[in-house]
Design a protein around this ligand. Structure first.
Ligand code: HEC
Length: 96
């Protein structure tokens, strides 16, 4: 009876440590094509902290951007293209 409990405790204790390690290093907003568009348009509704831990490829970011359009963002196709390019580069899977 004692062993499984200790095991459970060990799992519970190690969980936050794992989550900490999995968190990507902060990348911020390095200069690059599309940065200005992103910085101007992205912070209107919520802080970037909401998504700065996300990593996905350009296609994934593009669909995220279209979700924001569905939530009321007024962006042109060109804005979306530039922001998706930037996010795919800087917040892409391979960036870390
Ligand atoms: C028109 C307002 C608006 C703008 C501008 C906006 N968002 Fe959002 N975003 C929202 C809303 C509303 C939510 C949902 C909030 C919640 O779930 O609490 C959200 C949630 C998110 C989420 C998490 C949920 C999901 O659908 O993935 C991500 C990631 C995200 N936004 C990324 C971005 C990025 C990147 C930008 C800039 C390019 C951006 N947002 C700009 C309104 C906006």
């Amino acid at each position: 009876m004692k062993l499984p409990l200790a095991l459970l405790a060990a799992v519970l204790v190690s969980q936050p440590a794992l989550a900490q390690r999995a968190k990507p290093a902060p990348v911020g907003f390095p200069d690059g094509p599309g940065k200005d568009v992103l910085v101007n348009k992205c912070f209107q509704c919520h802080s970037p902290n909401m998504w700065m831990d996300h990593r996905q490829d350009r296609r994934g970011w593009e669909s995220t951007l279209y979700r924001m359009v569905g939530r009321g963002a007024l962006w042109t196709q060109d804005d979306i293209k530039q922001m998706a390019d930037y996010l795919g580069n800087v917040y892409g899977r391979k960036a870390q």
